[in-house]
Write a protein that binds this ligand. Sequence first.
Ligand code: BTN
Length: 224
Amino acid sequence: KTVYYYDVLDSTNNKARELPENSLVIAEEQIMGKGRLGRKWFSKKGGLYFSIALKPEMNLEDIPKLTLTSGVAVARALEEYQARLKWPNDVLINGKKVCGILSEIVGEIENFKVIVGIGINVENAVPDYATNLKNLNSEVNRAEILKDVIEQFTKYYKMLLSREWNKIRFEWLELSDTIGKFVEVKAGNRTYRGKAIDMDYDGGLIVETEEGTEKVFSGDCFYI
Ligand code: BTN
């Protein structure tokens, strides 16, 4: 509902923690941009860095679905670039990462908020394994991208809250870059290797390994 705009922040996810439900926080630059699994997210000027503070009427164990849903929303907003989804929630264009999503749960178990943080490479310089939108479209406009993402996010978030997760799940599968590929997923101290065959109703990745069919809920996923 309210948009908070900053030139510089440590992390838009951190700022969003203090703000009311449905706030949108944007920063031109982040000093301590956070990535998944404790990594740093490089956040130089020219990228799109924002977070949404939500108070979803959902069970805690369903929050991974919200992150997957956010991925679908971003991929839809970037449809003209043929964006695809890499489990759990990277957005790729031409096989390279263009967007990362970090959801954080804050507050008590009975009364929690979820911060969904989205970083999109637009005009910022990126390493070789990543790409930015400017490489693909010299006319790219950050305000327009943000508007499209928020529009899609609003649509899919409503769907999720109205128990249409399975519909979203099928869209995720349709946009998936991961299903059918051979993957190695590191989850805690376990490593799963095999063919990714499905993302199931719980949001877990189903991997056909030599030991049998395994379900992985989160982790670091590599293609092999
Ligand atoms: C990842 O792929 O590791 C997730 C990256 C998430 C980056 C975004 S940028 C806006 C928001 N604020 C942060 O500190 N992180 C997220």
